[in-house]
Each structure stands twice: as structure tokens, then as C-alpha cells.
Design a protein around this ligand. Structure first.
Ligand code: ZN
Ligand code: ZN
Length: 179
């Protein structure tokens, strides 16, 4: 038995997969229910990029090892098209200046579906690559920030997008462009 037995597992397709990820397991004791720990239940994180554990005094949550998620197979990113049609490109929120930034890149409301898919594709890959930053954690959940890159007219532009970590490898978009 070497140390690799603990770090590498053979998956159902015979591929070796490094186990650097954990699934948060909420363990409630007695009558107390902690809404923050509860919302983290079954969420996946890189072991080095997870919420503080124990989260607080008398937190009985544990981190169970899971295989590094694979984009589109174990993990998925979901971005509601309304984040673009009803927010970024809406008149109502034009005051934020975010529409101006997307329009400077040549995008209009007609590109909303392209943007939704581009965000989902880039975000799920970066999440699985552990290229995310932990943001605010509260009873809504653990927020993470992910950089979305665009190449327009030969220039690289990076937008920081905000996501919420959901159970079992899912992340959902909060904002395409964080403040
Ligand atoms: Zn708790
Ligand atoms: Zn806890």
C-alpha cells in the first residue's frame, strides 16, 4: 500500500483519476440545524479551495474524498439566458455600465444565447480545473468567482463572473460581470 492508493482511483472507464476533491457532508446533531452548513451539503470543492472546516464551533460536517470532476460528465454550469436578456442588455440596468462594456466587445442582446453557452462552457472547465476563487458564504450558499475570457479584435478581455456552488458538481450563474 503506497500513498497513491489514497490519492488515485480507477474510475468505471478504467481511467486513473486524482482525488483532490471533496464532497461536503453536513452532519446535524441534536435539534440544531445550521442553515449555512446545510446549504453546503453535497457540494463539491477542491480540497484546497473549500469553505472553512469545521465551519464553526460544534460543526460536525466532514469532507469526503471524491474524484476530480470532469466537465459535462460529472459537472455542469448553468447560466440563465435572462442574465443577459433581462439584466446585462436591459434598459433597466443600463445605469450599471455593464451593457456598455459588452457592447464595446461588439455584443448585443442578439448574442445572449452565444454568451450564455460561452459562459457555461468556460465556467464548468475552470471550476473542474480548480480555477475559481471563493467568495461570500451565507445561508444562500458558497459563491465563487470565475474569470471568463474573450478575444475581440486581437485583444484579451477578462470578465469576472459570479457563481453559486450547488450539490453534486453544479454551479449556477449569479452575475455575468461582478461589480
Ligand atoms: Zn454550521
Ligand atoms: Zn457544519
Amino acid at each position: 500500500m503506497g500513498i497513491f492508493d489514497d490519492l488515485i482511483r480507477v474510475d468505471e472507464n478504467g481511467n486513473l483519476r486524482y482525488i483532490g476533491w471533496i464532497e461536503w457532508k453536513h452532519i446535524s446533531t441534536g435539534l440544531t440545524h445550521c442553515p449555512v452548513c446545510l446549504v453546503l451539503d453535497k457540494c463539491w470543492f477542491n480540497n484546497n479551495l473549500k469553505p472553512k472546516l469545521p465551519q464553526h464551533e460544534n460543526c460536525h460536517c466532514v469532507a469526503n474524498n471524491v474524484a476530480n470532476p470532469i466537465p459535462m460528465i460529472d459537472a455542469i454550469a448553468k447560466c440563465d439566458i435572462k442574465k443577459f436578456t433581462d439584466y446585462i442588455f436591459s434598459d433597466k440596468y443600463a445605469w450599471t455600465g455593464k451593457r456598455d462594456l459588452f457592447e464595446m466587445l461588439g455584443f448585443t442582446i442578439n448574442d445572449s444565447n452565444y454568451l450564455k453557452e460561452e459562459y457555461e462552457n468556460q465556467a464548468v472547465k475552470k471550476y473542474c480545473n480548480s480555477e475559481y476563487k471563493l467568495g461570500k458564504l451565507d445561508m444562500q450558499g458558497q459563491r465563487i468567482n470565475i474569470d471568463i475570457k474573450f478575444v475581440r479584435h486581437g485583444r484579451n478581455l477578462v470578465f469576472t463572473s459570479g457563481w453559486m456552488v450547488r450539490p453534486k458538481g453544479e454551479i449556477t450563474n449569479n452575475t455575468p460581470l461582478a461589480d
